[in-house]
Design a protein around this ligand. Structure first.
Ligand SMILES: Cc1cc2nc3c(=O)[nH]c(=O)nc-3n(C[C@H](O)[C@H](O)[C@H](O)COP(=O)(O)O)c2cc1C
Length: 255
């Protein structure tokens, strides 16, 4: 039985949403491996006909370092693969070429790569509620092109994928979600779900700024709605970011 495996890193859930729409449109038996909270031990994709898709968000124009680390546990033997980068309507810069390189280095043969837009997790006024119905249609179209590629077996020409090598330098984000002291009831879901273990399990109101990658997982999983960005820097950066990135970008793919 041919299977499509998806390997997904998705702290705020939109890459997972894009992955799920794509997988459903592929109309094949599937298995999702969500690598957001924990990595997996080494995994070997053995069946020569299996297909793999790697899906991750774009951070500062690159693949998040933690996603790279977790994707490196997956090993292939020439199976066909698809790279999907999900970004918040600013730009995906070098993230898609970087993803293609990561996947090739794991032993897979790329047949397609796509960049899709989703609501910006740090500044949710940008690309609000995306992926939307129009994005969904485009994902379905992308999946039909991928299916054609699976049949033809044509590899992806990596030179047509948008992005540069060497990749742009990564930069961290000097913003970290904080807990609202009144709303937080110390349920510790945020600590259990934080991909980097940045939230103190003994006192979830404390975040280690050195470990926090601003991925917004804690904001998205908090049942009390107790975690958020705040402060003057966030306000000012948000105002400028929204002003500069409010035009609508559309998905792009390379097959
Ligand atoms: C630290 C960080 C850096 C980001 N950098 C970019 C970027 O360079 N370009 C962009 O368009 N969006 C950027 N985003 C937005 C995310 O790519 C976008 O919100 C994505 O949908 C998040 O995926 P997820 O919901 O699967 O976590 C960044 C988000 C974070 C947390």
């Amino acid at each position: 039985m041919v299977m499509i495996h998806s390997f997904v890193f998705s702290p705020s859930g939109t890459s997972r949403k894009v992955a799920d729409i794509f997988i459903e449109a592929m109309d094949m038996d599937s298995k999702t491996h969500d690598l957001t909270v924990h990595g997996i031990g080494s995994i070997d994709i053995k069946d020569a006909n299996d297909i793999v898709v790697f899906v991750a968000p774009v951070y500062a124009g690159r693949v998040p370092a933690l996603a790279t680390e977790r994707f490196q546990a997956v090993n292939g033997h020439g199976q066909k693969a698809i790279a999907i980068a999900v970004y918040g309507n600013r730009d995906y810069d070098d993230a898609l070429v970087e993803m293609c390189d990561i996947i090739s280095a794991r032993g897979f043969n790329l047949i397609a790569a796509g960049a899709f837009i989703a609501q910006h997790c740090i500044f949710p006024k940008v690309a609000t509620a995306r992926p939307d119905a129009s994005d969904e249609k485009k994902l379905v179209r992308f999946a039909s092109l991928v299916r054609e590629r699976i049949i033809s077996g044509m590899p992806l020409d990596l030179d047509i994928v948008k992005g540069n090598r060497p990749y742009k330098k990564t930069t961290g984000v000097p913003l970290h979600p904080q807990a609202n002291q009144k709303k937080c009831n110390s349920c510790r879901i945020c600590a259990a779900q934080c991909p980097t273990g940045a939230i103190d399990a003994a006192d979830p109101r404390k975040t280690d700024a050195n470990k926090c990658i601003a991925c917004c997982r804690c904001i998205n999983v908090c049942p009390q709605d107790a975690r958020s960005f705040g402060g003057l820097l966030y306000k000012v950066a948000g105002w400028k970011f929204c002003k500069d990135n409010s035009r609508r970008l559309e998905p792009e793919w390379f097959v």
